[in-house]
Design a binder for this molecule. Structure first.
Ligand code: G3P
Length: 217
């Protein structure tokens, strides 16, 4: 499974990149606004850090012509930039046009397998089902993701599924177990994935036992 980080914060991206496990970055307008900058500026900075790994840049237009024009501009930032479009009727047309021009599209704000099916049929390179936000309204995020993975695997659309709106390590574990292609994970959840109290306890014991015989390391 590929691991993306879901952030527009450069320090977080550099830190996780230093672990050697980072396959890409996703941003959205809220994440970019949190950094006090704009999408083209921040995405250019992120794209440079990532080299040839993908970074998603979201359009603000909600009509097809606007999405296409904005998407073309965002794609010019760097070859590794893909265009994120929020799921709606206009998105299908815009996805078809942009993908036929060789621009990768990530259709976001996916909350049902059928939305993902339509986006894939329109030529999306990625679809982003939102797990946490579905659970926020008492629905089953994991079931929605599993159904989406099943449909994509059945038909081989060539569309990769990005498990998004991930709020805790269990969301990542579930996505990995169901064979989801990618998880885009916030920095705090990536940090939690690294940790286990028994690992910390084990390290402390090894150090203590070593130092009993050899003195301080
Ligand atoms: O980038 C889209 C998605 O991952 C947002 O997550 O936590 O704001 O629902 P969240």
């Amino acid at each position: 499974m590929k691991i993306f980080i879901d952030t527009a914060n450069l320090d977080q991206i550099k830190k996780i990149d230093s672990w050697g496990i980072l396959d890409g970055v996703t941003t959205n307008p809220s994440l970019v606004a949190k950094e006090g900058t704009d999408t083209p500026t921040r995405v250019a900075e992120i794209a440079k850090i990532l080299g040839d790994r993908p970074v998603s840049a979201e359009v603000m237009a909600l009509d097809a012509e606007g999405m296409i024009a904005e998407g073309r501009e965002l794609a010019k930032i760097a070859p590794n930039v893909n265009v994120k479009l929020p799921m709606c009727e206009a998105t299908l047309k815009a996805t078809k046009v942009l993908s036929s021009e060789g621009i990768d599209v990530n259709v976001t704000l996916i909350f049902s397998p059928l939305q993902a099916l339509l986006a894939a049929k329109a030529g999306a390179r990625y679809v982003s089902p939102f797990i946490g936000r579905l659970e926020d309204i008492g629905d089953r995020g994991n079931d929605m993701l599993a159904e989406t993975v099943n449909i994509m695997n059945t038909y081989g659309f060539g569309t990769e599924i990005i498990a998004a709106s991930i709020r805790n390590p269990m969301h990542v574990l579930d996505a990995a177990q169901m064979g989801c292609d990618i998880a885009t994970i916030p920095a705090n959840v990536l940090e939690l994935m690294l940790k286990h109290p028994k690992t910390d306890e084990g390290i402390a014991k090894f150090v203590a036992d070593y130092e009993k015989v050899n003195g301080k390391h």
